[in-house]
Design a protein around this ligand. Structure first.
Ligand code: FRU
Length: 459
């Protein structure tokens, strides 16, 4: 199967690289489809970024893991494909999973997706979602895989949908967190306990008092600033005013004394399945999938045989009971010399390139027009991001926020990540306009700090 994957990479590489919408400083699939970041870690100084990868179709087909490594987030190496859906324990997909470093070894846990043949609904019957395991002692060579838990090992009230393992360690005890859907279609997480990372016993199931969606994907349980945090992606949560506008949600609960209310991490059109890890500088870093499943908007990059990307790596901090996210400082090394530009009220300014960073200290109310038809409008209560043609079906998303003082826009060829108040709130979205639609208009006289962003290198 590795050879089949490689043959797609060879066959479509030139077509993919001829796409003017290829991003300059965001990770993308070499060819084909990418979704969730997986197995994020730093080991012996090297960062490993794995991801859900289907080189055999830009719409996703056989899912294995892809792999990039980097020392500095400026130069990346495309590594050999580390994990394929090629065995009895993962034949219909080597789905999402994570890495845990212990005793100088990277331990990987992932979901083996199995579809049994027959007339099944594949929710309560007919599907295996196994917890599978492999390890690496150098980050580049991987052990054989083995299955640690099968569906029969889960509590009786669980549907077949149990996936996306992540490890949490507390007081020398290992916990395995799994996202799940009960037979009654309640989204939840399950916790398993172990002393050796191999033998797991069921501990408990956690969910909110009031049902919050039918399935929770990609759970991530960790501590930050003395808070216990659970990031997860609930499916089946109804839109509530300006909250939960996407088909599936992303966000976090504080789990200090039971579940807090749910906070959305990113309000943009294209953000899902974030995963965090702690690096050797002790930073809690988050990378998300800049995409979302089953959306009714599209990405024209499929014509060039690829789809989706990862967000910039973001450092998490907590302020006033709220998670802030901001791109890691290494990204600043991609910035060219800073320019201070005076924008005149309502006069379009033509900047150099879509691959750029823009920073504003904002007035109390404002409207920014960007590119061909992107608008960012703040009325003192709600920040609205709207797109027209260049959104390919993306219309408007909102953030309710009482005070905005600062905006940072990380723009790439076909993406925008908009950080409000240094990461208090974020919009991530894909956008597809002409490469020379590099215009910005502000509805007031304002100063803009501008950097061209240089491209990262992939070797
Ligand atoms: C989230 C997700 C995970 C699953 C993976 C499969 O986007 O559905 O729950 O493991 O994608 O690619």
């Amino acid at each position: 199967m590795k050879n089949i994957f490689k043959s797609y990479e060879l066959k479509y590489k030139d077509k993919v690289n001829s796409d003017p919408w290829r991003l300059k400083y965001h990770l993308m699939p070499p060819v084909g489809w990418l979704n969730d970041p997986n197995g994020l870690c730093q080991f012996n100084g090297i960062y490993h970024i794995f991801y859900q990868y289907s080189p055999d179709s830009p719409y996703g087909a056989h899912k294995g893991w892809g792999h990039y490594s980097t020392k500095d987030f400026i130069t990346f190496k495309q590594e050999d494909i580390p994990l394929l859906p090629d065995s009895e324990i993962d034949k219909d997909g080597a789905y999402s999973g994570s890495a845990f470093i212990d005793n100088n070894r990277i331990h990987f846990f992932y979901t083996g997706n199995i579809k049994f043949e027959g007339n099944y609904d594949y929710i309560n019957e007919g599907r295996g979602h196994y917890v599978n395991y492999f390890y690496s002692d150098d980050g580049f060579h991987f052990s054989n895989k083995e299955c640690l838990l099968k569906n029969k090992d889960y509590p009786k009230n669980m549907s077949c949908h149990v996936r996306d393992p992540k490890i949490y360690q507390k007081n020398n005890q290992y916990y395995l967190v799994l996202g799940a859907r009960t037979k009654d279609s309640v989204g939840c997480i399950m916790l398993y306990k172990s002393n050796d990372l191999k033998h797991w016993s069921y501990n408990t199931t956690l969910t909110t008092q009031k049902k919050f969606g039918y399935m929770w994907e990609c759970p991530d349980l960790f501590e930050l600033d003395n808070h216990i945090i659970l990031i997860t992606c609930p499916q089946g949560v109804k839109q509530d005013g300006y909250k939960y506008e996407n088909i599936y949600q992303n966000g976090y609960f504080f789990y200090d004394n039971g579940f807090s209310q749910f906070h959305e991490l990113d309000h943009g059109f294209d953000f899902y399945a974030p995963q965090t890890f702690v690096d050797e500088k002790n930073r809690r870093i988050l990378i998300g999938w800049m995409g979302i499943p089953d959306a009714d908007y599209i990405n024209p990059t499929v014509e060039y045989y690829w789809q989706h990307a990862l967000t910039l790596p973001r450092v998490l901090t907590i302020k006033d009971n709220h998670i802030y996210q901001f791109p890691i400082e290494e990204i600043n090394k991609l910035m060219d010399k800073e320019e201070h530009i005076s924008l005149k009220k309502n006069e379009p300014y033509h900047y150099a390139t879509h691959s750029c960073h823009m920073h504003f200290i904002t007035p109390s109310l404002f409207r920014i027009k960007l590119r061909k038809d992107v608008t960012l409008d703040y009325d003192g209560k709600v920040l609205t991001l709207s797109l027209k043609e260049s959104g390919y079906g993306r219309d408007a998303r909102h953030i309710e926020i009482d005070h905005i003082y600062e905006i940072d826009i990380y723009s790439d060829t076909s993406s925008l990540e908009i950080f409000v108040n240094h990461g208090e709130e974020v919009f991530s979205t894909r956008v597809y306009d002409n490469l020379d639609d590099t215009y910005i208009t502000f509805d007031q006289d304002i100063a803009m700090d501008y950097h061209t962003m240089n491209s990262y290198h992939i070797i």
